[in-house]
Write a protein that binds this ligand. Structure first.
Ligand SMILES: Nc1ncnc2c1ncn2[C@@H]1O[C@H](COP(=O)(O)OP(=O)(O)OP(=O)(O)O)[C@@H](O)[C@H]1O
Length: 255
């Protein structure tokens, strides 16, 4: 086994007013192996996004440890963690967060330009290749106001992949899309995972979670259960049965 992320006894509290703190994650422990494709489900407010942001180093743990490969986030400065995020992790969100004053191509190239590891030519070539793989090469010069939600989400996937991350985090990446566009985004994420990138998604959508390999169920700030579905191989018949298994499991957990 090759562990990419190890979380032990994670506690996360937020300051909520004067001398008042809300505990959102209660003693969460989990391990993610390199190459896995996981999703996190659970009721609204159960702590899914907080878990994602804390394990990806976007936010600090209050107590407990988060290790990415052999790196202990608690021993690192904000700047050091930001460098790791930029060079080794990718992020996609429900809202694509693309910059309005840049066209689609320049939005995609931006993070690679910031990491300054390659020449502009190398960056452009990889950007084009990713756009081709995700079916949006023809949109390179478009302003982001002239593309659909699904196309913009493909662009944000390209942007997240520009620095060839080892792990991709998604907070409801299909949440703002219709079911056809959501299915297409999931197919792209499955290919990315097949090529070796570990993927961790937060989702409310059973159809999305059913295509992932392992589903974590969060409830009141703890991981209340997990379901191993195995790698999804792409057959429609097996997808139906995965969705049914997941629906029954979630219902048994009271969701
Ligand atoms: N920055 C913050 N400051 C204070 N409280 C916060 C902050 N972020 C989240 N919370 C609180 O933490 C709890 C968990 O929020 P979180 O967004 O992690 O839940 P979630 O399961 O992702 O919810 P949803 O499915 O609705 O997105 C909620 O009660 C929320 O109000």
């Amino acid at each position: 086994m090759n562990t990419i992320l190890e979380v032990k006894h994670l506690i996360k509290e937020y300051d909520v007013g004067k001398n008042s703190r809300q505990r959102v994650l209660h003693d969460v422990s989990m391990t993610i192996e390199r190459g896995e494709f996981l999703s996190v489900m659970g009721p609204s407010g159960s702590g899914k996004s907080t878990l994602l942001y804390t394990v990806s180093g976007m936010d600090r743990a209050t107590q407990g440890s988060v290790r990415f490969c052999d790196i202990d986030f608690s021993a690192m400065s904000e700047d050091e963690i930001a460098k790791i995020r930029l060079s080794r992790m990718g992020f996609i969100f429900q809202q694509n967060n693309l910059l309005k004053n840049l066209n689609i191509f320049d939005n995609i190239l931006l993070s690679a330009c910031l990491s300054k590891r390659e020449t502009k030519q190398e960056i452009k070539e990889r950007g084009k290749k990713l756009m081709e793989q995700t079916g949006i090469l023809q949109l390179a010069d478009r302003p982001i106001t002239q593309a659909s939600g699904g196309q913009l989400q493909r662009a944000s996937i390209c942007r997240a992949l520009m620095n060839q991350p080892e792990i991709l985090f998604g907070d409801e990446p299909t949440g703002a899309l219709n079911s056809k566009a959501a299915g297409e985004i999931m197919d792209i994420l499955l290919k990315i995972n097949e090529n070796g990138t570990t993927v961790l998604l937060v989702t409310h959508d059973i159809k999305v979670a059913a295509k992932t390999q392992r589903v974590l169920f969060m409830m009141d700030g703890v991981i209340a259960g997990e379901k191993h579905l195995g790698k999804y191989q792409g057959e429609a018949g097996s997808l139906k049965s995965r969705e049914q298994k997941l629906t029954k499991w979630l219902s048994d957990l009271g969701f």
